[in-house]
Write a protein that binds this ligand. Structure first.
Ligand code: TNX
Length: 533
């Protein structure tokens, strides 16, 4: 397959006829009112990226001149695509994302049964137009496409670093560009509680950034327009130091502890105490507030790393919290550790800790500690497997975008200015958590989601999520440096047929995406392993 579409389409047949050349004024004809906003956005994007002005033509039959035609109707293709596997994040039919795109003899025809499919097809067309070297020519091709997994996401940590609504919109744009349909917002952590709900009545201390309810609603709408569902995560009972700081009434006298992290190394941890009535009074309010903002069917309860918390308290806390989520009409989703509380039919688990490569310099006592955590994590994974619950695959070694890059940076060249080169060197040295051994792009890319839970468990994999944690990040350019170029690789694993999974093919497609990111003024890691166009 010689094209630059990421994720690679399910079926891509290059034609031997003439392709299509976009020109100023090229018509984009469509008859169905519901897709008008999609067509308008596509035309605006083409203009922004290429300078070409297209002409959206509503309610029109395709004209005689060369044109793009968009039809909202079933594809009726012989030997259609298999149904997507896993959970649909908005509760809809994941086959709605299927589309057929035919480019030949000076015409482009895009057909899909639902607006979601039209949107995905337009993204493909946009990549073809804007990543090409030959000016605005797209090759003759027949693409029949749809996702492998229904749930394809990115988890974004907005607690360790605050990102503005405008910055989160740019992340959503990136999700749309790679056909990802979930923005999992890791809203709270030890470092911050940037929500209005849960704070004392006086409101936030001046100067502390936080999201107003209307900010979050704005993001929900912006995402929905791009067929992205926001899944909110309120992380408890651990990772709650910020909340306890705001709400001293949640201190029970035993839930701020020092525990032995490593022999001879003590750390502080806090957890929400299920024995304290104030805990659930507050959490009921918080979950109700969050559920009222985010209309999607899933609510993420976090529940990772309950350090220093007695097991029986963790179990009773998580069970009670899941019930609260259920009462609100939502389905709870939790990190792997939540399996310790037992799993029922309605539970969904997000698997992350399947292995850790430590840097060669890691001392033996750190190795011992990590080994102990991995033993617990494996037990959690087995519990999830045995309970047959749906599992979102986020294996750290392949999905955690805060693993430092191991590829050397590309040599500075005449194309990049001195300042940009200095920025590359600075970010390369500073970003990513040093507790992990650095990984090359190729190593991160090589994995098979269906094997995440072990042999014979492919059917349980409900989707794929990348995760970006923000401990080392201090601004949007840092964030995009860690998202790019790895995020498109995770999107590829989530969407594409594993038969199109070789690194060399992906790497060559990736090389042409630097242009798309530059069009968006996005900072990305210019790895030497990719021959950037
Ligand atoms: C583990 S993944 C965490 C996060 C850290 C991350 C760093 C998970 C559920 N918990 O709190 O930020 O590692 O990679």
């Amino acid at each position: 397959m010689n094209h630059a579409v990421i994720p690679a389409p399910a079926r891509f047949e290059a034609g031997d006829r003439q392709g299509f050349a976009f020109r100023p004024g090229t018509t984009v004809a469509y008859a169905d009112a519901p897709i008008a906003p999609l067509v308008e956005r596509f035309c605006a994007q083409v203009t922004r990226r290429t300078g070409l002005r297209l002409t959206p033509a509503p309610g029109r039959r395709p004209p005689d001149e060369p044109s793009v035609t968009i039809e909202l109707s079933a594809a009726h293709e012989p030997g259609g695509l298999p149904a997507p596997a896993g959970l649909s994040p908005d509760g809809g039919d994941p086959a709605a994302e299927h589309y057929l795109l035919v480019i030949e003899d000076g015409r482009v025809v895009l057909r899909a049964a639902e607006p979601a499919g039209v949107a995905r097809g337009l993204t493909t067309l946009l990549q073809l137009v804007a990543s090409g070297t030959e000016e605005f020519r797209v090759p003759a091709v027949r693409i029949l496409d749809g996702p492998r997994y229904a749930w394809r996401g990115l988890s974004l940590d907005v607690a360790r670093t605050f990102f503005t609504v405008e910055e989160i919109r740019r992340v959503i744009d990136l999700l749309e560009l790679y056909k990802l349909n979930v923005l999992h917002l890791h809203l709270t952590d030890d470092q911050a509680w940037p929500l209005a709900v849960g704070r004392p009545a006086a409101g936030p201390e001046p100067g502390t950034p936080f999201y107003r309810d209307e900010d979050l609603r704005d993001l929900v709408g912006y995402a929905a327009d791009r067929f992205v569902t926001i899944v909110p995560e309120v992380d408890t009972p651990g990772h709650t130091a910020a909340l306890l700081g705001l709400r001293p009434d949640l201190k029970s006298g035993r839930n701020e502890v020092e525990y032995e992290f490593l022999p001879g190394h003590r750390r502080r941890a806090v957890w929400l105490d299920p024995e304290l009535p104030a805990t659930f009074e507050l959490m009921e309010q918080v979950l109700a507030g969050v559920a009222a903002i985010f209309p999607g069917p899933y609510l993420h309860i976090g529940a990772d790393e309950p350090r220093g918390m007695p097991d029986e308290d963790y179990v009773s806390y998580v069970r009670r919290l899941r019930r609260l989520v259920g009462v609100l009409g939502k389905q709870p989703l939790g990190w792997q550790e939540s399996a310790r509380a037992g799993l029922g039919l309605d539970d969904v688990v997000q698997l992350w800790l399947t292995g850790i490569d430590l840097p060669a310099s890691a001392p033996p006592h750190v190795r011992a500690q990590v080994e102990a955590e991995l033993t617990l994590a494996r037990r959690d994974a087995e519990a999830a497997a045995e309970a047959s619950v749906p599992v979102i695959a986020s294996p750290l070694g392949h999905c955690y975008l805060d693993v430092p890059y191991a590829d050397p940076p590309a040599d500075a060249d005449a194309d990049t200015d001195v300042e940009a080169d200095a920025g590359q060197a600075d970010r390369y040295g500073r970003l990513g958590l040093r507790i992990y051994a650095p990984k090359t792009l190729a190593e991160s890319f090589r994995w098979e989601p269906a094997e995440t839970l072990g042999p014979g468990r492919a059917a349980q994999i409900a989707g794929v999520e990348a995760a970006i944690w923000a401990e080392t990040i201090s601004g949007f350019d840092d964030l995009s440096f860690l998202l790019l170029p790895r995020l498109p690789g995770v999107a590829h694993r989530a969407w594409s047929d594993p038969r199109h999974g070789d690194w060399a093919g992906h790497r060559d497609r990736l090389a042409r995406h630097g242009r798309l990111w530059a069009q968006d003024s996005l900072t990305y890691f210019r790895a030497a392993s990719v021959d950037w166009a």
